[in-house]
Design a protein around this ligand. Structure first.
Ligand SMILES: [Zn+2]
Length: 201
């Protein structure tokens, strides 16, 4: 499961969804009192399992203990908000898939964009777009959490972050990857069709 973090990041790089130092992923195993996360700024095309940082959950489940000398991903706040209440094994993946970002840039609400495509809505619940917020800020983490968990329960598998990327949540890193792949594929189809978002008509 932890090895899969690196495998998925390398695949995301191969897909062109991130440049070498972008993107991040975390895993919390069922019943374990720790969270595993990718380090900040590490090359995702060569990341290995021994690079992954293991953080203990302390203060009665309220905080993460960052091991000395390590630098977890700058999006740690987003990962922790989504991992904090996990009761089963959970993986969180944040990458920058080209077609999804392009579709949001063109004005699409991803939920709306996916409506005609059974291929995606049967397997992947797409949440509301997160508005444009600077990367590696608490605000981005908070807004992403709110979009995915509007009632404090996880209600969606993936949300887009305007001008930036996506955040996907699943029971393991490869399933989170599949949510991204499915959404990026639909966005590519819509963009190639030339159909414009309803609001821009
Ligand atoms: Zn990012």
């Amino acid at each position: 499961m932890i090895t899969a973090i690196g495998d998925v990041m390398r695949r995301c790089y191969d897909k062109g969804w991130i440049t070498t130092r972008d993107g991040n992923a975390s895993v919390r195993l069922r019943g374990a009192n720790c969270v595993y996360i990718t380090p900040s700024g590490i090359r995702k095309n060569t990341i290995r399992v021994e690079d992954i940082i293991k953080m203990k959950i302390v203060s009665g489940g309220q905080e993460l203990q960052i091991p000395e000398g390590t630098k977890p991903s700058g999006e740690l706040h987003m990962h922790w908000l989504l991992q904090r209440s996990a009761t089963k094994t959970r993986a969180v993946l944040h990458v920058h898939p080209t077609h999804v970002i392009a579709a949001m840039h063109a004005g699409w609400d991803l939920k709306e964009l996916c409506k005609p495509f059974a291929e995606i809505y049967r397997y992947t619940r797409v949440g509301p777009n997160v508005p444009e917020i600077p990367a590696v800020t608490e605000q981005l983490g908070n807004a992403t959490y709110l979009a995915m968990c509007p009632t404090d329960n996880l209600e969606f598998d993936i949300v887009g972050q305007v001008g930036h990327g996506v955040c996907a949540v699943a029971g393991d890193p490869w399933t989170a990857y599949e949510h991204v792949e499915r959404l990026d594929h639909i966005c590519e189809i819509v963009l190639k069709s030339g159909v414009k978002p309803p609001t821009s008509l």
